[in-house]
Design a protein around this ligand. Sequence first.
Ligand code: ATP
Ligand code: MG
Length: 366
Amino acid sequence: MQQAPLLTLTPTGGRNASPSIRATAFVFEDPRSRLLRRELEQLAPSEASVVIIGETGTGKELVARYVHEQSKRVGPFIAVNCGALTETLVEAELFGYEKGAFTGAIQSQLGWFESANGGTLFLDEIGDLPLHLQVKLLRVLQEREVVRLGSRRSIPVNVRVIAATNVDLDAAVAAGRFREDLFFRLNVAPVHLPALRERPGDILPLANHFLGTYSQRLERAKLKLSPAAERQLLQYVFPGNIRELENIVHYAVLVARGDAIAPEDLRLTAPRLDRSGASEDATLEEQVRALTARHSGTASLFERVTDSLVLSVFEANDRNQVRTAAVLGVSRNTLRTHLARLGLIDSRRAAAPKASVAGTAVATNS
Ligand SMILES: Nc1ncnc2c1ncn2[C@@H]1O[C@H](COP(=O)(O)OP(=O)(O)OP(=O)(O)O)[C@@H](O)[C@H]1O
Ligand SMILES: [Mg+2]
């Protein structure tokens, strides 16, 4: 195996750990987030598997870490992205292997399950796990033991699994892409993370939290948000959720002059909301429809709004079509037609071939 190490194992840090994640850096201010925090604290001490469902950037990994920290499990927290690796690699990394198990296995290697012993294994993008590995994962969860590749010996493991998904797993089960038995085994405690636009009370506390982090890191005196910048943030849809807010604040700290962030320092690429008319519980689609309806008769506005929305969600998802389509709630073909119209992909390729059974998100950047 000649890849760079996939994980950095620290007591609370996983491979994806953003430098801004610290044990104390949890913001739960909005009433919905406070409820969520209570729910997480209730779940934490149990051994139950948890599935965290949320759009991209809503804090799935951070919430998993919070559950781990509140659980007082003494082992490490290890975060793994099931969609980022090839099928063969995921299998070897999850379950470990013995020397000689395959070409290049020059020495035995612990898998993630064994590494996370006594702690928590966070399986991100669980929906991308190939079907035959879903069978193996189910076995490990049931038997609480792993068998390394190239071995017959069972090794007992005590690991709590927290899985995350930004796709609808029910639909994946219905479509035969996700095993129903694994779904029921994992989904003991589903946790739904609201999108940032559905918990506006978190926007400014999070912005100030990131402002503190980035002003310090970039060695700027502590910057403030100007009232006008605050208003703009409160009206923004955040298709990329908290991660997008973090990027916006990071950029603003880089470009701000003076001691306050001005509206022009904020890179807001998607449409803004008029919160006076929109219900806080409305989905993004409903909100965009409401925004468009207020300007009925101007088809070009509709186009501008959808174009800018598609574009920003696409960018926020690193141009990953599967994730973008999931966030927008449209089929991949619809998305591809739109992207082709925007000139972002070749129009001859707009009609995607039918997705194959598993792992479709692995090769989706184009
Ligand atoms: N409640 C919170 N308090 C403070 N920071 C947060 C909170 N939720 C998320 N963040 C920060 O927002 C960023 C995105 O969070 P995270 O990586 O957990 O999201 P995600 O849902 O796993 O994203 P993706 O779908 O892209 O994998 C991280 O830097 C994280 O530290
Ligand atoms: Mg994540």
